[in-house]
Design a protein around this ligand. Structure first.
Ligand SMILES: CC(=O)SCCNC(=O)CCNC(=O)[C@H](O)C(C)(C)COP(=O)(O)OP(=O)(O)OC[C@H]1O[C@@H](n2cnc3c(N)ncnc32)[C@H](O)[C@@H]1OP(=O)(O)O
Ligand SMILES: O=C([O-])CC(=O)C(=O)O
Length: 371
């Protein structure tokens, strides 16, 4: 007789892996990343420190961060002729689709595609972390009929990413909030995209394939695509009253309100959203856009009172990106670019201790039919 197992729709609450990368401890309100707490890291460290933590196993010590940054800068450029790929795409292609195409294409340029020793894995991750911001920014510019923006090696890693997107050198505050957003987006245990990447990696498929699948997963508006959707909603609302009206209307029509709810946090605020809310307050004050902050707060209050739902990271990251002058279609690609870090760590872990993912089903169809 077949072994009896319990069916959990959406694998809700199911343990899918053993990992030493990260863990959401909802009761303790901690996002544990290799033993450290993500919010504390985001308040005190930089994205490159997290890169060092996730790829090299520890926070950087004297000189390590600079050395890492140097390695990344050496890998910024894309293979010659690579941008032609984006010239061939229809102009209305979404940047997430362009990114998916770009990552997939990188596989062909990797001479050691299936080499998986620790040194080679690290090299692949560095290459991807260096090149993906270039793909995100410049596939967008090319689709817009503009010239690509060359990376500026005089800028720190994340400031350069923001510069390649906007074409303007960010000031210190803008660069710091952008870097902080990359930190909070970098890794989050077992979301759909990480699971998708690990499922693909578990067939012994290569890192580019696993990352390509993860782009498709992260694009959906129940996952990463929500940050872009939040901003369109805020713009449609226009004012506090307009936004409240829009949200009431969505709730009345039983539509989901993007940026609220979370499979793991459920009825609690995502700790990362609280950090981005504070970033939004400071940026809004600086840029004279407290109206945007007030709209977001009004939405937060309404959703708590009406539905008992709390904001997730996407709700507050979206208006932060708006105030950083980032085009809305790039919000989800930026999330992905940052998450490349966590995804690489998970793919390496899957390859190092692999068991093919292959679950079973509860069959609900007919039997005994004949042609
Ligand atoms: C960084 C990130 O990727 S975070 C996630 C970003 N995604 C979003 O913001 C999209 C909006 N949120 C959602 O759709 C959900 O909260 C999810 C997908 C994130 C989590 O979903 P699940 O754990 O599967 O919960 P599910 O969608 O079944 O929701 C449970 C109940 O809460 C309601 N609910 C959950 N989120 C929302 C929401 N944002 N707006 C309105 N109602 C909601 C559902 O309608 C459902 O109600 P019901 O039981 O009366 O049918
Ligand atoms: O954990 C999840 O399901 C989604 C999420 O917040 C993330 O990927 O950052």
């Amino acid at each position: 007789m077949a072994e009896q197992t319990v069916y959990k729709p959406g694998l809700d609450g199911v343990i899918a892996a053993e990992t030493d990368i990260s863990y959401l401890d909802v009761d303790a309100e901690e996002i544990v990343i290799r033993g450290y707490e993500l919010i504390e890291l985001a308040e005190n460290k930089q994205y490159l420190d997290l890169v060092h933590l996730l790829l090299d196993g520890s926070l950087p010590e004297d000189g390590d961060r600079d050395a890492l940054e140097k390695e990344l800068k050496q890998e910024y450029s894309l293979p010659s002729g690579f941008f032609k790929l984006f010239e061939l795409l229809p102009k209305h292609t979404h940047p997430m689709d362009a990114l998916r195409t770009g990552i997939s294409a990188l596989a062909g340029y990797d001479q050691d595609l299936n080499d998986r020793n620790a040194a080679e894995n690290r090299k692949k991750a560095i290459r991807l972390l260096a090149k993906i911001p270039n793909i995100v920014s410049n596939s967008y510019h090319i689709l817009q009929g503009k010239d690509p923006v060359k990376p500026d090696e005089s800028l720190p890693y994340s400031a350069n990413f923001l510069y390649m997107i906007t074409g303007k050198k960010p000031n210190e505050q803008e660069a710091a909030f952008f870097d902080q957003s990359l930190m909070v987006y970098s890794e989050h245990e077992m979301p759909n995209s990480t699971f998708a990447a690990r499922v693909i990696a578990s067939t012994n498929s290569d890192i580019y394939g696993a990352l390509t699948g993860a782009v498709a997963s992260l694009k959906g508006n129940l996952h990463g695509g929500a940050n872009e959707a939040v901003m369109y909603m805020l713009l449609e609302g226009e004012t506090v009253e307009g936004f409240r009206y829009l949200l009431y209307d969505k709730l009345k029509k039983k539509e989901k309100v993007m940026g609220f709810g979370h499979r793991v946090y459920m009825k609690k605020m995502d700790p990362r959203a609280a950090l981005m809310k504070e970033a939004l307050r400071e940026l809004a004050e600086e840029k004279g856009r407290m109206d945007l902050y007030e709209m977001c707060e009004a939405g937060e209050t309404l959703m708590r009172e009406e539905k008992g739902l709390y904001p997730n990271l996407d709700y507050y990251a979206a208006p932060v990106y708006y105030l950083l002058d980032i085009p809305i279609e790039l919000y989800t690609p930026i999330f992905y670019a940052s998450r490349t870090l966590g995804l690489c760590a998970h793919i390496f872990e899957q390859h190092a201790n692999n068991k093919l993912f292959r679950p079973r089903v509860n069959y609900t169809g007919p039997r005994g039919l004949h042609p």
